[in-house]
Design a protein around this ligand. Structure first.
Ligand code: BGC
Length: 775
């Protein structure tokens, strides 16, 4: 099937490109990337270099480059580098003649393949097939099979090895490059500038087919390559299997020995065996996290493409963050934002809860960083970083944007005023608890997070004496165009939610785990009286209510008094196309124009309002939203579905699901910033839109609920969820919703659709009418 932008799919499991467009290599490099949560390997060609944005981004390698203020992940030397010279001419996608080109990413198995027949000026043609994957079995491995067949007698040289001349966004991260030969293997060792992290890239090779007439090693300052010379006759073929390990001293004690051992074992096992082991992991992932869409192949492949990117961005080997651009490049520093809890996490919460737990544990181990940030800014408790790397200390710079008219840096306050990240984390902790019933996690980690966030909120909240109420003032909500606002509705409600949960956890610990509570309070320097302040704020915190006449909730104090103008009108006032719209002087500051969902975000997370309120707020805010953030469309789709605005919902679904795949923008840089990379929050949002939106899935006190609204464009929707140890396979068609309970489920789970509730026992199936009622 043909998708947009010359892309294709066969059965909804692969993205296929049949014409190479050099103008789009930044976008396709992200879209076709491989990854496993430990590393991300961009979808680039074996012969490419820094200029084509080749990158292998490895998590947990945060470091500040020389002459930079940006701490970011390292792009490590490229161990898959392989260039073919055919009759002296380098094989290249940019020169010569290419026929039968096809590149595909198999989403089911995380395998990328490139095939082409190429001939250069001398007219000697060869056929190439390159397959590669980032192993899920041994996450430090990337593996490539490079197969080449000659169609004419020709001299062929292959340069293959490790290329350390890599692209880096904010400067040089390595102060040492040490290339070496280790028996049959090549190695390039580096050490980072700031933390002296030792990074090892080791490459091993297995060559079959035509034998080389000569093999030499070429060693340059930042490269180590083998030069293999062949005298090919028409019909001769060679196959290189390259096994590359990337290890570093933040993850293991002896990175060099480990990498050498991994590659030695990998070369002995060979491509097929390594691939089979890797594939088994993907089979297990898809068995729980796949979404099947019947009757719409485009939507099917879009769903899987986004799930794939949400999955490969997520570290499962350690307690580390999910980056806002995943591991697709160094943009956003490979660090977590609120995106992680609110957009990436839901898919894991309800399909791979053990991964969700680990991500939340990451927020537990980074509490020291959050405490430090609170202290540094004059608060106490835990103020989570807006941009959080390994330690949880704030990575976000004070000056992010530049005023393109004056060239002066703009002081943004995302890190110091966008406080909602902290209650958002408590929200996710509680969602996890509700999804799993894992009280042990609350005792071990969740309680500490909730108490420390509650304390931070106590230290931040402002008591307005004349109104006898608490307020949160001088902050930013999700809409980043309006800084320095008071009583952002989203923030106030989330803070309220977090304080309520802290109280709830406190009470239950006091009853069930008094000893653990005592130890925790002692460690935090608190006593039982601490809850009085939490309770007081819960009772007296100002929660902006829907206007009694219009039903609209004001985004923040004074928002309705700002100029009412559409984003399109406002845009016309730009003097320069790259001007920043927000603080302090941007065109949106004095206008009711939002960067992204804000009140709608609140309605999505605290689902207590009736449909009329959803509708009123959607109708009010949607035309005023500029969608300057990739987080925005999926929330609009979710609320539109819940408000019964199905056409709108589908339009936003498509927008969110295609942000990366159909973004064939030729622009690489904007306002001095590199723009490439995968928008992982949008990818996570796809699961939310489908399962929580179109299927209306929600966890209830005793079971689960569905409110299906299958798009008219689809015939069927199938997915699985796991709730409190129960596995449920769900199928929705226009007429019916069927739930099949897993054979191993611990007893019956009440499932509600409309007014009907059925307790579905292990191994049983219940069928409801899609509009409610038992069939
Ligand atoms: C959005 C934030 C988001 C960040 C990282 C910004 O453009 O406004 O809400 O957290 O990007 O994705």
């Amino acid at each position: 099937m043909e998708l947009q932008n010359n892309l294709h799919t066969e059965d909804g499991w692969q993205i296929i490109e049949r014409a190479f467009d050099p103008e789009q290599l930044v976008t396709t490099g992200s879209n076709f990337m491989l990854g496993n949560g430990y590393l991300g390997y961009r979808g680039t060609f074996a012969e490419w270099e820094a200029e084509q944005y080749v990158a292998c981004i490895v998590t947990d390698t945060w470091d500040t480059a020389a002459d930079s203020t940006w701490r970011e992940l390292c792009n490590v030397p490229n161990g898959l580098f392989t260039r073919a010279l055919v009759a002296g001419e380098p094989l290249s996608a940019f020169t010569g003649e290419t026929r039968d080109y096809e590149r595909r990413l198999d989403l089911r198995t995380g395998l990328s393949t490139r095939c082409a027949t190429w001939s250069g000026a001398a007219g000697k043609s060869i056929t190439l097939k390159v397959e590669k994957f980032a192993s899920y079995d041994e996450v430090q491995l990337v593996v490539m099979r490079y197969h080449l067949e000659a169609h004419a007698d020709t001299e062929l040289i292959l340069l293959t090895g490790i290329d350390g001349q890599v692209w880096s966004l904010n400067g040089e991260h390595f102060r040492v490059y040490e290339p070496a030969v280790e028996g049959a293997l090549l190695r390039l060792s580096t050490r980072t500038v700031e933390f002296d992290t030792q990074i090892e890239v080791v490459e091993g090779l297995r060559l079959t087919g035509k034998a080389p007439v000569r093999t030499t090693i070429r060693q340059e300052e930042r490269r180590i390559l083998r030069e293999l010379r062949f005298r090919m006759r028409a019909g001769d073929a060679i196959t290189l299997e390259k096994v590359v390990a990337i290890t570093h001293s933040n993850q293991c004690d002896a990175p060099r020995a480990e990498a050498l051992a991994l590659v030695t074992r990998g070369v002995a096992a060979g491509f097929e065996a390594l691939y089979a082991a890797h594939r088994a992991h993907w089979d297990a992932i898809w068995a729980v996290s796949d979404i099947e869409i019947g009757g719409n192949l485009e939507a099917q492949v879009l769903a899987r493409f986004n799930l794939y990117h949400n999955i490969i961005a997520t570290p499962t080997h350690d307690k580390l963050p999910i980056g806002a651009r995943g591991l697709s490049c160094q943009v956003y520093q490979g660090a977590a934002f609120w995106d992680q809890e609110i957009f990436n996490l839901p898919m894991f919460l309800y399909t791979q809860p053990e991964v969700a737990r680990q991500i939340l544990e990451y927020r537990h181990v980074t509490l020291p960083g959050a405490r430090k940030k609170a202290r540094d800014l004059g608060y106490y408790g835990a103020f989570y970083a807006w941009t959080s790397g390994k330690t949880g200390e704030e990575l976000f710079p004070d000056y992010f944007f530049t005023d393109v008219l004056t060239g002066r840096p703009i002081h943004n306050h995302f890190n110091s005023w966008q406080i909602h990240i902290s209650p958002d984390i408590v929200y996710a902790v509680w969602q996890y608890y509700e999804a799993t019933g894992d009280w042990d996690f609350i005792v071990q980690a969740g309680a500490e997070i909730a108490f420390e966030v509650a304390q931070f909120l106590v230290s931040h909240v402002y008591f307005k004496k004349d109104k006898n109420r608490y307020e949160f003032i001088r902050l930013l909500g999700p809409d980043e165009y309006h800084e320095n606002v008071d009583n952002n509705a989203y923030t106030n409600y989330m803070a309220h939610y977090a304080l309520e949960r802290a109280l709830l956890i406190f009470e239950r610990l006091a009853e069930e785990n008094p000893a653990a509570l005592e130890v925790l309070l002692a460690r935090l320097g608190l006593d039982a009286s601490v809850t009085a302040a939490w309770q007081d704020i819960v009772e007296l915190l100002y929660l902006p209510q829907p206007d009694p006449e219009t039903g609209v909730i004001e985004q923040c104090d004074g928002f309705f008094k700002l100029e009412d103008v559409t984003p399109a009108e406002l845009r016309k006032r730009l003097i320069h196309p790259e001007e920043y719209w927000g603080w302090p002087n941007g065109i949106a500051v004095e206008a009711q124009v939002l960067k992204q969902a804000d009140v709608l975000q609140l309605l999505a997370q605290i689902p207590r309002w009736p449909v009329e309120i959803l509708r009123a707020n959607y109708d009010y805010y949607e035309p005023r939203t500029e969608h300057g953030s990739s987080l925005s469309p999926s929330v609009h789709a979710l609320i539109a579905t819940k408000a019964g605005l199905y056409d709108e919902a589908y339009r936003y679904f498509m927008e969110a699901a295609t942000i990366d795949l159909y973004n064939m923008s030729k622009k690489v840089m904007s306002g001095g910033s590199f723009l490439g990379g995968i928008h992982t929050a949008a990818a996570g949002g796809v699961w939310i839109m489908i399962v929580q939106g179109m299927a209306g899935f929600a966890v209830t006190e005793t079971g689960v609920r569905f409110a299906p609204a299958l798009p008219a464009q689809w015939e069927a929707l199938r997915f699985s969820v796991r709730v409190r140890g129960h596995a449920l396979a769900v199928e929705i068609t226009a007429e019916a919703l069927t739930v099949r309970a897993g054979e191993e489920n611990p007893g019956a789970l009440p499932v509600t659709v409309g007014e009907e509730t059925v307790a579905v026992a292990a191994g049983e199936t219940a069928t409801f009418r899609s509009d409610g009622g038992v069939k």
